[in-house]
Design a protein around this ligand. Structure first.
Ligand code: MN
Length: 132
């Protein structure tokens, strides 16, 4: 069963500074390395520099939203294999469908629980197949 391991790299795409700080601390405390972006353009730039094991993708971003970026990454052979987990305040059925239709491998709803964020992430990774 695939599982994130210490030193794995997680690209966190999140425009809210408080959320970004919180996610960074939780992930780093579990031994993961984080790379960060606050909008779609920055995320694309980071992806030219590093290949993350997982992308944690905020959906509501200034400018291009996370679903649009997810569609692009999943449509590009160079990045299609990177697992993408949405971070979203939207959890209604229509939103879930849109998130999965865009190509996200799973989603975590905000506000997230810092005590369970990593286990939620691992549960998605475990069901989503081998890590790229
Ligand atoms: Mn946001």
């Amino acid at each position: 069963m695939p599982e994130l391991a210490p030193n794995d790299v997680i690209l966190v795409v999140e425009d809210n500074p408080a959320n970004l700080l919180l996610v960074r601390r939780v992930l780093q405390r579990s031994g993961f390395r984080t790379v960060e972006a606050t909008n779609a353009d920055e995320a694309l730039q980071r992806l030219t520099e590093v290949r993350p094991n997982v992308i944690l993708m905020d959906i509501q971003l200034p400018g291009r939203d996370g679903l649009s970026l997810t569609r692009e990454l999943k449509g590009n052979a160079a990045t299609a294999d990177i697992m993408i987990v949405a971070l979203t305040a939207h959890a209604m059925k229509d939103d879930r469908d849109r998130i999965l239709a865009a190509g996200c491998d799973g989603y975590i709803t905000k506000p997230f629980d810092t005590r369970t964020l990593v286990s939620e992430l691992q549960a998605i990774v475990a069901t989503a197949g081998p890590l790229a």
